[in-house]
Structure formats: C-alpha cells, structure tokens
Design a protein around this ligand. Structure first.
Ligand SMILES: Nc1ncnc2c1ncn2[C@@H]1O[C@H](COP(=O)(O)OP(=O)(O)O)[C@@H](O)[C@H]1O
Ligand SMILES: [Mg+2]
Length: 237
C-alpha cells in the first residue's frame, strides 16, 4: 500500500490480524522478513543504523501503554523524547539547551499540561500520560505519527480528547497519521482512509463512507471456533 502525505489512516482488524506488526515495520521496531518499506523513495528496510536514526526523527510513535519513564517528571519525559530508547539518554539530559527546554514547555502547553510539567509521570491519569506522549512526539516535529492502539487503555471521554489532539496535529501541522484502532467508530470519525487487515492481508482500503457493514464482516470475520467446529471436534474424540 502507499500512504500519501497528509493522510489520516486508521488500521482496523481483529487481534492477531497483524496491525502492530504492520505499523512497527514502518519504523523498524519489528524487522520485516520480506518486502520493503519506502519513505520518501528511500528504503527504510535497507537503512543502516545511522540513516535509520535520522528517519526515526521524522516518525513519531505513541503506544497503548504510553512508553514513558514513570518516575521522571513530565518535562523530562518530553525532553528525553526521541532519546529515551538509547542506553545513554540520561547523559544527554544535561546537554539540553534552554531552547530545547522552552520547546518542551511549548509542546506541553499545546496538549494542555504545562502546569503539570514538574509532576512525576506516575502521578498522572491515563489520558494525561497519553498527552505527555503526544507532547514528546511534538518535540520531534514529526512528519508521520504512528500510533499502536493509542486510545485502547483510555475511557471513552479521554479517548475522544486524545483523538482530538491527534486530529489537531494532522490538521494544523499537516502531520500524516497512521493509527491502529480497536474502535471502529473512532476510525470512522477521525480517519480520512481506513485499511482493514484480516489474517495479515489487506481486505479493505477505502474511505470511512465506503466501510459498509458487509465490509466490516470481512475485516472482522466471525469466530472460526464456532459451534459447528466444536461439535465436529467432539465427534472426533
Ligand atoms: N515477533 C514475532 N514473531 C513471530 N510472530 C509474531 C511476532 N509478533 C507478532 N507475531 C504474530 O503475528 C501475528 C500478528 O500479530 P500483531 O501484529 O501483534 O497483531 P495485532 O496487532 O493485529 O493484534 C500474530 O499471529 C502474532 O502472534
Ligand atoms: Mg496489536
């Protein structure tokens, strides 16, 4: 599939369909066994670690369970941003310039959390944590935002708020968005394009309007383990 700049893509599919694998192959959190991922015409799958680091700066990611450093302050988490996955990120903290610190605060203001900058992340609610994660991504000035079920651990009202922030990023900053979502109605409400995955294959690719109930049944096929199979199995034993 090809995703164009400025799209807001929701990936739907049952658990195990391959949503996380798909999204993680894009920034190589998972290494693809086959196939190629291109980013602006360059093969991400063929990049060396140095090239990959540059590209990862352009691709932000948010997760279901936030992936923050719980004992550290909100501000530090936003500052550590892209460095948090590096073993020596702590040594970089002292190196942040006044400008970086100001940018982190601006990012926090954008997600409405500036007043919580000095609080420890572990003291925050789920929705606040996800907004910290979004602020961290904002620091990166990403061109692409990936999200692996970013609202799955949030209550409905909080999920709505987080989706609204992501939509704002998309609209105001032109960030391309690709999110795995559990929630079909959120996909319909926010995405410009929906991709359905069934057992590792794309079975739907269209607009929210084109996603009919019939198409939904293809993306979410009824359980294979239905009464008939169970009855057959019992017959065999
Ligand atoms: N590292 C891995 N090695 C082998 N199989 C994996 C790995 N990660 C996931 N899988 C399998 O790939 C399939 C898709 O998983 P995943 O992408 O996590 O699905 P989803 O996010 O849609 O629930 C599942 O059958 C899962 O068990
Ligand atoms: Mg998943």
């Amino acid at each position: 599939m090809t995703i164009m700049p400025g799209e807001f893509v929701a990936v739907l599919g049952r658990s195990g369909a391959g949503k996380s694998t798909l999204i993680r192959c894009i920034n190589r959190l998972v290494e693809a066994d086959e196939g190629t991922v291109f980013w602006n015409g360059q093969s991400i799958t063929g990049m060396n670690p140095g090239q990959l680091r540059l590209i990862r700066g352009e691709i932000g990611m948010v997760f279901q369970h936030f992936h923050l450093l719980p004992r550290l302050s909100v501000w530090t988490n936003v500052l550590a941003g892209g460095f948090a996955d590096m073993p020596y990120w702590r040594s970089l903290l002292g190196a942040f310039s006044a400008k970086d610190r100001k940018r982190a605060l601006t990012a926090l203001r954008e997600v409405g959390l500036a007043e919580l900058a000095k609080r420890r992340v572990e003291e925050l609610s789920g929705g606040q944590k996800q907004r910290v994660a979004i602020a961290r991504v904002l620091m990166q000035k990403p061109k692409l935002l990936l999200g692996d079920e970013p609202i799955s651990s949030l209550d409905a009202v909080t999920a709505e708020r987080v989706m609204a922030f992501i939509q704002e990023l998309h609209r105001k900053r032109g960030v391309t968005v690709v999110l795995n979502l559990h929630d079909v109605s959120a996909a319909r409400a926010y995405a410009t394009r929906i991709i359905g995955l069934t057992a590792g294959r794309i079975t739907f690719d269209g607009t929210p309007e084109q996603l009919t109930d019939e198409e939904l049944r293809v993306i979410y096929p009824p359980d294979e383990e239905d009464d008939r199979t169970i009855a057959n199995r019992e017959g065999e034993s």
